[in-house]
Design a protein around this ligand. Structure first.
Ligand SMILES: [Zn+2]
Length: 277
């Protein structure tokens, strides 16, 4: 367990020394007075031993000028089959910091998810997170298609992991996106292994947003070169990412691709914030 002092030191390391100049550049690019909105962060514990507490997340947000963050469980070692335990941890974090966190719940599509879905929607969770690699499913399996339809009907945004270790993203998602044009979808990590296909398939679907965390610089550059920046939302993927380096990666790629500074308010906040008034 890190002490308070150690925690503060960790935060300072990210904005000082070798990172000092990087952080200064980031601050110069963030529009004056803008509260950054992080579209992808985790609270809880993971089978890979990563952890993040609600207070740790809030401290990082305070240090980086991040106003709100979408938060959801990690691939929790203590997840009951239905994720209800880890979902409760996220809900408690939200109750402690209601102005800072936008709580999403996680589900395992292989299990009987109806009860946990209903419980979380009634409780007031703001969205659903699905991870096809961790829970080992394809996006066009009938139980997954049904679940995405339930989210569409409930008006619930869905963030899907479309990053490392994914095999199929765009082709299995197209029928669902076309059947539910009202479904608000966040492509976590911007479907990076099928980036070009994803841009082509979803550029005319305004309710599909591309989220920037853990995307390689080259792919971020392609994303900002080819897609309207109004369709892109910044994410940190804390605890896998950190605010200074993910903000730097996103803003540097946007600038290199010629995205005007005037689009940064949307990119860092408004594009996703408008879904959670
Ligand atoms: Zn993540």
């Amino acid at each position: 367990m890190a002490t308070e002092a150690e925690r503060e030191q960790n935060l300072e390391v990210l904005t000082n020394g070798a990172m000092g100049e990087v952080w200064e550049w980031v601050r110069s690019k963030v529009p004056e007075g803008l509260e950054i909105f992080d579209a992808h962060a985790h609270i809880g514990a993971d089978v890979d031993t990563r952890t993040m507490t609600a207070d740790g997340m809030r401290d990082r947000m305070d240090a980086a000028g991040v106003g709100r963050a979408i938060v959801f469980a990690l691939n929790d070692p203590n997840a009951r089959d239905d994720f209800s335990g880890p979902n409760d941890v996220v809900w408690s974090a939200y109750e402690e910091h209601p102005g800072r966190f936008v709580p999403f719940f996680r589900l395992n599509p292989h299990r009987n998810y109806e009860t946990e879905f209903e419980r979380c929607v009634e409780r007031g969770f703001a969205g659903l997170k699905l991870h096809p690699v961790s829970q080992v499913f394809e996006l066009d399996e009938p139980r997954v298609v049904k679940l995405l339809g339930m989210a569409a009907e409930a008006g619930l945004p869905v963030l899907i992991h479309t990053g490392f270790a994914m095999q199929r993203i765009v082709e299995p998602l197209i029928p669902t996106v076309e059947a539910h044009p009202e479904l608000r979808l966040i492509l976590g990590h911007s479907a990076m292994i099928e980036l070009l296909e994803a841009i082509r398939a979803f550029e005319d679907h305004p309710n599909v947003l591309f989220e920037t965390s853990v995307v390689r610089a080259k792919d971020l550059y392609v994303l900002f070169s080819m897609l309207d920046p109004a369709r892109i939302a910044y994410g940190s993927d804390i605890p896998y990412g950190d605010f200074p380096s993910t903000l730097h990666a996103t803003l540097a790629a946007a600038e290199a691709a010629g995205v005007p500074d005037s689009a940064f308010t949307g990119l860092l906040s408004e594009n996703i914030r408008r879904w959670f008034p």
